[in-house]
Design a protein around this ligand. Structure first.
Ligand code: BMA
Length: 845
């Protein structure tokens, strides 16, 4: 909100500077650099605790969570309130159990970090020169445990961290997660402001109805105001900076003003790759006696977003249709970008999301164990054309919804947050929680889907059903009715969450669960795979950053294990390496590379197959890798590490999610259950996946069979010319059978050329599995760097050539397979003349 310079105008003062803080029971005040902040950031800045991201320092910071912390500042002199003016303190977020005092008088108690507050302090501001604002933050650990102990009737069960977390409306990952440290923050984690107004706009809501043919939209704007007797609202719609409509409406006695607008032929908002992202601005100005008091605005985009769940031969579809176009949602799950989110800059958010777009990913899922994201997150998704899957902030637990205060707090939170974000065109689904229905199943809690009486649900040992199937759908119906609501991720018609026929699914039987081989990932999916993943070590520089003792720089060191929070990670990583690769080189670099190859192959097998299924009657509507990012330097499922250094999987995903992607695959043969006997024959198939809404012509699709030992073609290549590639679907090009007894081990190498493009636009190489049985002797790899380009050739098939990820240097491809006779050109940005060429490494080097 902005203000104009009149006497009556609303004045906002953000209280950023001049704060100090201390441990509540001590008397040593320390300076605070800036608000928003949290206690850990301030303790680090004052050298009271070491950086918890280094070495074992997390342990040295644990005590912080047991204490209470106090923040204070002297308020600016705002003078006495006159002519009906009101002074209000505004808190966008207080983490978490907070008592707010002005001049010693309590003006607010808060216990939910996601509820913004506004408090009238006109009376409390007595002495204009030295009004003191003080906030005590009690320990969430202590408070959470108190609530838990007061309610022994509730079953405090779930996965990850101390179950007292379920009692607190605090970002659940602060309590520790299987990729995150235990760092129990507190403090003013979002902006604090002092506002003076005689009247104000409290809400601006924009709804719209887009007609069936998408060429006409009715925009309905409602403006809520306070203390606005006799005032008007000037409401306008802007296209860029052009005002296309403007109406001045009298505000009614309830403080409400409404206006409708009709836009013929609106520009439509599309996800990237499908069209543009035009945004319109809706602006409301509060006008009193001809004076502009306050301006409030929302940017929005017009699109029809549908979640298509229709019965089919398998069960029910689950996919998104935007403006009538079916969109395969390849993308990622998102966790908070830092254990300490107040320090995540706007630029950092933008670069994370740009990287997503550059990787041909179209959807991001804001996971329920993190935070309702910052405005900049949603703004950037709107601008870049990213679809947002928004979880409500519940994760992996049995939440105590039978406690009335808890339910009320949740409802207030969800109303406030949905109102904050609902105008963003990027948001296409709300989901009730992350894996709470899985907790219900695995912990044997009661869930009788046929019982439709919410009051009964509250009496069961799974009371949170009340939130996911009553409270939250009602919140959405009232405040954001055009966005589909889904009770949980995963969830499907009340069936078991591993059901592959309806709803979405988290497929964790690769890595967790039964630890299936990743080569069969495609067969394990459901109608929408909203989670699946594989761990990989981060970049060597990231490891070197946190390993404070050089003697700890080996793959299984104590310090490296400490920076992996997943149960059984040592065994699981080892299993996938031992099953697939030769692990004779035990250097840290080689080990990093192998874990990363295992991740990139695993994810490739998933995405490639699920996208193929998309083309076949929308069998799979999308796949979101667990997880895009990290909140600290760690070994995790992230495909990009905390410092935004990409792991090879990012590029493997990019290739299989490209607008047009050729794919080749031989049938999986489970070598371990047949005691390493090879299959006599293997069928293979080669297909093309296309996102294009129009049929395109492939001038050529080619499939070569190349010996791994000699690099020679073992038989004649298959070639097809002028292949019509089905729009938004899968086109089968070749299939056949390999004779493994007669044919020596070889790769299947596919390439595709498209009308109007001179270069190969996509390639794929299928390898005999497991790779460990192959003899990868000298490959004859040549890599040349030349003015923004890297050229790579190989005399024999080469697997997983990865370029060094260097700060400021961007390659458009990496983790590539190379076959003889197919020179590949990679573009590289940011490498200056005189810079050392990027290092590179391939499998078996
Ligand atoms: C999923 C997520 C997270 C977890 C991840 C890896 O279930 O929802 O809770 O971090 O698995 O175990």
């Amino acid at each position: 909100m902005t203000q104009t310079a009149t006497k009556k105008a609303l004045v906002t003062r953000e209280l950023k500077a001049s704060w100090e803080f201390k441990q509540t029971d001590l008397d040593d005040w320390m300076p605070v650099k800036t608000v928003p902040t949290n206690v850990h950031l301030d303790l680090i800045a004052n050298n009271v605790i070491p950086d918890p991201f280094l070495g074992f320092n997390e342990l040295k910071c644990e005590w912080v969570a047991d204490k209470s912390w106090t923040y204070r500042t002297t308020l600016p002199d705002v003078g006495a309130a006159k002519d009906g003016q009101v002074h209000e303190l505004v808190f966008d977020g207080l983490d978490t159990f907070a008592t707010v005092k002005v001049n010693g008088e309590v003006v607010l108690e808060s216990d939910n970090m996601f509820i913004p507050h506004r408090v009238d302090v006109t009376e409390a501001l007595k002495d204009a020169e030295s009004n003191v604002l003080e906030i005590d933050f009690r320990s969430a650990l202590v408070e959470g445990r108190k609530i838990k102990n007061t309610h022994p009737e509730h079953k405090w069960v779930g996965f990850n961290a101390d179950m007292a977390r379920l009692a607190t409306r605090k970002a659940q990952y602060h309590w520790g997660w299987d990729w995150g440290p235990v760092l129990m923050t507190c403090g003013p984690w979002r902006a604090v402001r002092l506002e003076t107004s005689c009247a104000r706009i409290s809400d601006l809501r924009v709804d719209y109805d887009l007609n069936k043919s998408l060429d006409d939209v009715i925009v309905r704007v409602s403006v809520n105001t306070e203390r606005s007797n006799g005032a008007d609202a000037r409401i306008s719609i802007l296209d860029g900076s052009d005002i296309i409509f403007e109406k001045t409406v009298a505000i009614d006695s309830k403080g409400l003003a409404k206006a409708d607008f009709h836009i013929a032929h609106p520009k439509l908002w599309y996800p990237h790759g499908y069209g543009e992202q035009p945004l319109y601005t809706c602006e409301a100005v509060l006008v009193i006696k001809g004076q502009d008091i306050q301006t409030c605005s929302r940017k929005t985009g017009f699109r029809r977003g549908e979640l298509i769940q229709e019965p089919d031969e398998v069960g029910k579809t689950f996919f998104f249709r935007i403006n009538g176009v079916d969109v395969f949602c390849g993308g990622s799950c998102w966790i908070p970008a830092d254990s300490f989110t107040p320090r995540v800059t706007k630029e950092k958010y933008q670069s994370w999301l740009q990287t997503l777009v550059d990787g041909y990913q179209v959807m991001i899922r804001i996971w329920g164990g993190g935070i309702w994201e910052e405005d900049i997150f949603y703004d950037t998704c709107d601008e870049l054309g990213i679809l947002v899957w928004q979880d409500f902030m519940f994760g992996c637990g049995n939440y105590p919804a039978a406690i009335k205060e808890f339910r009320e707090s949740v409802e207030a939170e969800c109303v406030a947050q949905v109102k904050r974000i609902r105008h963003h065109p990027s948001i296409v689904i709300y989901a009730g929680n992350n894996e709470d229905y899985q907790v219900q199943e695995q912990c044997g809690l009661t869930y009788n889907y046929d019982d439709k009486d919410p009051e009964n649900w509250l009496k069961t040992d799974f009371p949170a059903r009340y939130l996911y199937e009553k409270t939250l759908p009602e919140v959405i119906a009232a405040h954001s009715p055009h966005v589909p609501y889904h009770p949980g991720s995963p969830w499907g018609d009340g069936l078991i969450s591993s059901d592959q026929t309806v709803g979405d699914m988290h497929q964790w039987n690769v890595w967790h669960g039964t630890q299936e081989k990743y080569q069969i990932f495609d067969t394990l999916g459901g109608r929408f795979n909203s989670e699946f993943g594989m761990e990989a070590f981060p970049h060597i520089d990231t490891i070197k950053y946190y390993v404070t003792d050089p003697a700890e720089l080996y793959p299984q060191s104590h310090m490296i294990d400490f920076h992996n929070k997943a149960d059984g990670h040592e065994r699981r990583i080892a299993t996938y390496l031992i099953e697939n690769f030769r692990t004779t080189d035990t250097s840290l670099e080689a080990y990093i590379h192998l874990t990363q190859l295992s991740q990139s192959d695993a994810l490739m097998y998933g995405y490639r197959g699920w996208r193929q299924q998309w083309g076949k009657k929308r069998l799979c509507g999308g796949a979101l890798v667990w997880q895009l990012n990290d909140c600290w330097p760690v070994t995790s499922w992230a495909i990009i590490d905390y410092f935004q250094r990409k792991k090879p999987a990012y590029y493997a995903m990019r290739r299989v999610l490209a607008p047009i992607a050729v794919a080749v695959k031989r049938a999986h043969h489970d070598w371990s259950v047949v005691h390493a006997r090879p299959a006599k024959t293997s069928s293979f198939e080669c297909w093309v996946s296309s996102n294009s809404t129009k049929e395109v012509t492939a001038t050529k699709v080619e499939l070569k069979f190349i010996s791994i030992a000699t690099g020679k073609e073992i038989k004649e290549a298959l070639v097809k010319k002028d292949v019509k590639i089905t729009a938004n679907g899968t086109t089968n090009v070749f299939d056949g059978e390999l004779n493994n007894e007669k044919e020596e081990p070889h790769v299947l190498a596919a390439r595709i050329w498209i009308e109007g493009e001179s270069d190969v636009i996509s390639r794929d190489v299928d390898w005999p599995q497991p790779l460990k049985y192959l003899n990868m002797d000298e490959r004859g790899v040549k890599v040349t760097f030349d003015d923004g380009k890297i050229t790579v050739t190989s005399a024999k098939p080469t697997k997983g050539l990865v370029f060094e990820e260097r700060e400021g240097v961007l390659v458009n491809d990496s983790a590539i397979d190379i076959v003889p006779g197919d020179q590949q050109t990679i573009t590289v940005k940011g490498l200056k003349p005189g810079d050392a060429p990027l290092k590179w490494r391939y499998y078996g080097q």
